[in-house]
Design a protein around this ligand. Structure first.
Ligand code: CO
Length: 176
């Protein structure tokens, strides 16, 4: 039986049960390896830079009817953040802690708007090794702490077609 067919049968059978989060992660990993060997599991979030965090929150919560699920100051990235849930993914609203921070410099250069695209990976070290081997340039030599105790690393937009790209390995206790 071709592997495509096997996968769709397997997906049908497994959807009748309720797998735990761990089983689901394992199955997603298995399925994505079967398909494409991609280490990028999903778009984890979109980062949106703003100089007025509460106005941005109002746009997404009152304007779009989405839900705020988390707030955090991420001093490692020089930003105050609010996380907005949207289906399986989320939006990370970012306001700079000062002008001399990555988001502060971004706002001065480009104004508010889409700041970065973040992909969820299962193993950040392996993913970084793989993208670096393919010639993509890192901003972060070593992974750093991201929001909700995740480990993150940024890739340079000059090697990714102008899109600041973040890789996120969620904290293991963080259940989605
Ligand atoms: Co981010």
């Amino acid at each position: 039986m071709p592997s495509e067919r096997r996968l769709s049968l397997w997906t049908t059978v497994s959807s009748r049960t309720s797998p735990s989060a761990g089983q689901r992660r394992h199955r997603i990993r298995w399925a994505s390896q079967l398909h494409s060997k991609s280490m990028f599991e999903a778009v984890d979030h979109l980062g949106i830079a703003t100089d007025d965090l509460e106005a941005a929150v109002r746009t997404y919560v009152e304007g779009f009817g989405l839900r705020e699920i988390h707030r955090e100051v991420v001093s490692e990235q020089g930003a105050r953040t609010v996380v907005i849930e949207c289906g399986d993914t989320h939006l990370e609203l970012l306001a700079p802690l000062g002008p001399d921070t990555p988001v502060g410099r971004f706002l001065a250069r480009k104004g508010p708007g889409l700041h970065h695209v973040a992909y969820r990976v299962d193993d950040l070290d392996a993913a970084l090794e793989a993208v670096t081997a393919s010639g993509i340039e890192r901003i972060d030599r070593e992974p750093r702490r991201g929001i909700m105790n995740s480990r993150v690393a940024f890739l340079h937009p000059r090697s990714t077609g102008g899109v600041l790209t973040e890789l996120v390995e969620p904290a293991s206790e963080h259940v989605r």
